[in-house]
Design a binder for this molecule. Structure first.
Ligand SMILES: *[C@@H]1O[C@H](CO)[C@@H](O)[C@H](O)[C@H]1NC(C)=O
Ligand SMILES: *[C@@H]1O[C@H](CO)[C@@H](O)[C@H](O)[C@H]1NC(C)=O
Ligand SMILES: [Zn+2]
Length: 585
């Protein structure tokens, strides 16, 4: 009802021609105070529409009026309304009205106005409406900005295919077009493609700017593509970026990239070189340290941040609680959790999840379960999933049975949920229960998420699935793995089958008894190709399984290699038979 009445009020504002206020009866021009007011951004929707109706009452609106109105609506805040949806539909209704008025006054003959309208629809996420305007406007009345707006609009809405379709048809591409396309790939999480698009952009002779480089660094961070990330860093230094202006967005992206690629010294150097820190940068550095098992440093840095007077935000607490989790600092974590409100941050779902994870991993599974049951919002399945991992780690069958059953109820299609409960039963010799879980999984046709690992070499990112045979070096990789297995057995490696039992149910494993997990294929590729003095860096989409963790430790010793694996949750630095996570992951 509120949305409806708002819309009616907008209509009234537009259609009811109020008498012009005294002193505002001059024809609209750049000097007109009403236009100046309309040019101010970020006001409520109703204010912009009211201004427009007053302009219209005074004289005919011009294309200039419409470009201001549309831009103002694109930047407008929703009126304070009981539900956010009402605000959204107000903005949609206002956009439709402004569009109709622009059409009526012939303003859409001007490319500038059309572009403002496209931007408005895109900013509201109304891509089909933007597309109709785009398609019905003659090609001659469109310019590069119009095309870029569509590419970027599709990209921001996560529709990579549509962005690409517009991008390839562009008669002419600018740096902004390429940048929008790289961004579209990053948002759609196709990071390898983002780097390929960036390469093509460079081949075409464009000089990257800060905007596109931030996207490229994000892609490098996700892929663990440190060579490429370092290239960006050198480029920035050579070009003197940041030196003059101190672009904290870029610096944060660099810190984040180095952290996610496991180069903590580099990250630290960049962090210390930044002149104007902000909370996002602190979060990146604290989070990076936490991920790498440097929980103590992370917490120290958090204390330093507070001393320097920076106000932590909700993300800061997520990373600090995570640091406590990875170092098993239960009391400190609880105290930090309690202090959140003192810093003006209301604990959210993820904070309760971090607290529960902290307790669960430290072996306090019952207490963790109480946190999840009592928190003011419904926990996510992933938060129960974290507790389930703890139950498996500490072999707590009582809590594990409750949590595992709940997880299957919550996500009946996720095969991984059955696998953990199966494993918990199997480890405890409860074969009947284990079989029942397996049967349920088969009956429901639930599938496990496919394991994927990435490894960068010579500027290329190589991707492996478990049991993959697509790579050109497949023969050599498998031969090395078999040889490795034999040599590892000599130094005491026993395959841990507790987690492997159910892995036989991976789709791609069927018909092959050489179903190595993806990270092992990537690891063998690394040993074959990467020089001895260079660490092997692998990024994996799932959590590293226990067997692969043991395996990687032994390989680091046997082959005297430094191996860095980033899994879904954290970093593992394997060196000389031990892992930086102290087997706590
Ligand atoms: C808090 O920091 C994160 C990055 O660490 C940022 O994405 C988020 O927008 C910040 N939140 C606020 C309210 O500023
Ligand atoms: C794979 O399975 C076949 C028969 O199913 C067997 O002959 C072969 O030895 C197995 N290979 C390995 C490496 O276990
Ligand atoms: Zn580890």
């Amino acid at each position: 009802m509120p949305a409806h009445s708002h819309r009616l009020r907008f209509l009234a504002a537009l259609v009811g021609l109020r008498p012009a206020a005294a002193g505002f009866s001059t024809a609209p021009s750049r000097g007109c105070p009403l236009h100046a007011a309309l040019a101010r951004r970020g006001g409520p929707v109703a204010a912009a529409l009211t201004l427009y109706s007053r302009i219209r009452a005074a004289a005919s609106p011009t294309p200039y009026t419409f470009s201001l109105l549309l831009a103002s609506l694109a930047s407008s805040s929703s009126p304070r309304s009981p539900s956010p949806d009402a605000g959204v539909s107000d903005r949609h209704a206002a956009a439709g009205l402004a569009h109709a008025q622009a059409l009526k006054w012939g303003a859409l003959a001007h490319t500038v106005v059309t572009n403002c309208l496209l931007k408005l629809y895109c900013s509201l996420g109304l891509l089909p409406a933007a597309r109709r305007v785009f398609d019905t406007t003659g090609a001659a009345a469109l310019d590069t900005v119009s095309w870029n707006t569509m590419v970027s609009g599709y990209g921001k809405s996560g529709d990579l295919e549509a962005a690409r379709e517009v991008f390839v048809r562009m008669p002419e591409r600018s740096l902004v077009s390429w940048s929008a396309m790289v961004d579209a790939c990053v948002r759609a999480e196709d990071f390898s493609e983002a780097l390929r698009v960036f390469d093509r952009m460079m081949e075409e002779g464009f000089r990257p700017d800060a905007v596109v480089l931030v996207s490229v660094l994000k892609a490098c961070a996700h892929l663990g593509a440190v060579e490429r990330g370092q290239w960006v860093h050198r480029y920035l230094e050579a070009e003197g970026f940041g030196r003059r202006s101190g672009n904290v967005m870029l610096e944060t992206a660099l810190v984040d990239m180095y952290c996610k690629c496991g180069c903590m010294e580099e990250a630290w150097r960049v962090f210390n070189g930044v002149r104007n820190h902000d909370v996002v940068l602190w979060n990146a550095m604290i989070g990076g340290l936490a991920m790498h098992g440097h929980g103590n440093h992370a917490i120290e840095l958090f204390r330093r941040m507070l001393e320097k007077g920076f106000v932590p935000n909700e993300s800061t607490f997520v990373v600090v609680l995570c640091a406590c989790t990875h170092t098993g600092r239960v009391d400190e974590g609880k105290e930090i959790f309690r202090s959140m409100r003192d810093h003006g941050v209301e604990p959210r779902r993820e904070h309760y999840g971090c607290l529960a994870d902290l307790l669960g991993r430290a072996g306090l599974m019952e207490e963790a379960e109480v946190v999840l049951l009592d928190m003011p919002m419904e926990p996510h399945a992933s938060q129960w999933g974290a507790l389930m991992s703890s139950c498996l780690m500490h072999n707590n069958i009582v809590v594990g049975k409750r949590v595992g059953t709940k997880l299957i109820e919550l996500e009946p299609d996720d095969g991984g949920r059955y696998v953990v409960l199966f494993n918990l039963y199997a480890v405890n010799g409860l074969w009947e229960d284990a079989k029942a879980v397996r049967r349920m999984m088969e009956e429901r046709g639930a599938k496990k998420e496919t394991g994927l690992s990435f490894i960068e070499w010579n500027g290329l990112v190589h991707e492996f699935r478990s049991g993959d045979t697509r790579h050109p070096q497949t023969r050599m990789i498998y031969a090395l793995l078999e040889d490795m297995e034999q040599r590892l057995q000599l130094i005491g490696y026993v395959k841990d089958t507790s987690q492997v039992l159910m892995d036989m149910y991976d789709e791609e494993d069927k018909g092959s008894n050489l179903s190595y997990h993806s990270e092992r294929l990537a690891l063998a590729f690394g040993i074959l190709n990467i020089p001895h003095d260079t660490p092997i860096r692998i990024v994996k989409n799932l959590r590293v399984c226990r067997d692969c963790h043991v395996h990687a430790k032994l390989v680091s010793k046997l082959y005297q290699r430094e191996i860095i694996v980033r899994d879904r949750h954290r970093f593992h630095l394997f060196r000389d038979g031990v892992c930086s996570c102290n087997d706590y992951w």
